[in-house]
Ligand binder design. Structure first.
Ligand code: ADE
Length: 226
């Protein structure tokens, strides 16, 4: 898979996409991630990417021209399955969407910034808008990092334990069962006996029950979303 991210703040994406599992996924060529500085697609000496809104509202608006140029250049090189814009007014990002994106070959993610973006970008250049939650960030870079992280870990071969991505919370609209490691007792706080029993059939049953109970208690809405 190839992911192209267009941003005015490339530095913000460097750390989240260059460590741990994502770093390894890149090294092993499971994914290629290219970060493009939108200012490289400007034509004036100040490298302007935003301007005052028509109609006189507060705040600056991202201009269409550099964005159009950046996307057009990428599109001359390959076809894209989706051109995503990160925005609080997008579709809420859920596991199902991450699963779908993980099946694509090429995607572009345009990070939103400032007050907003010229509506013509959304009308003509973007194929999908994604929000990572009902709150407003200073920009779309952290949202893009979250989307990329959740997608890359699903790519075949990225997580060595093949089943582990599939047993994640949310993969079946259930939260995961609790997990424990050594010591079996710490300050009198004990690991449930069943996990030490060696009876894997019973352990699986217990895990499933825990998943259902935790989901009922903590996220009952996940049952309604089915
Ligand atoms: N940009 C600012 N806030 C955002 C959010 N909640 N999701 C995606 N992009 C954003």
């Amino acid at each position: 898979m190839r992911i192209d991210i267009i941003t005015v703040l490339p530095e913000l994406l460097e750390s989240p996409l260059n460590h741990s599992i994502i770093k390894r996924a890149k090294q092993k060529k499971h994914v290629e991630i290219f970060i493009h500085n939108l200012r490289d697609y400007t034509t004036d000496k100040h490298k302007t990417v935003d301007d005052y809104p028509f109609g006189g509202e507060a705040g600056m608006v991202m201009m269409i021209e550099p964005i159009d140029k950046a996307i057009a250049k990428l599109k001359t090189e390959r076809e894209y399955d989706e051109v995503i814009y990160t925005s609080p007014d997008g579709e809420p990002f859920i596991q199902k969407e991450a699963n779908k994106l993980a099946t694509y070959n090429n995607i572009i993610i345009l990070c939103g910034h400032y007050k907003g973006i010229d509506q013509r970008v959304r009308d003509h250049l973007i194929t999908k808008e994604i929000s990572i939650g009902d709150y407003v960030l200073t920009g779309g870079e952290l949202a893009a990092a979250i989307i990329v992280d959740s997608v890359v870990r699903l790519l075949p071969g990225v997580i060595s334990d093949e089943t582990s991505a599939l047993t994640d919370s949310f993969q079946d609209n259930l939260l995961s069962a609790p997990v424990y490691t050594r010591p079996a007792e710490y300050k009198g706080w004990k690991v449930p006996d069943i996990l030490l029993s060696g009876n894997f059939k019973e352990i699986d049953k217990w895990k499933e029950q825990q998943s259902i109970e935790r989901t009922k208690k903590l996220r009952p809405n996940l049952f309604e979303d089915e």
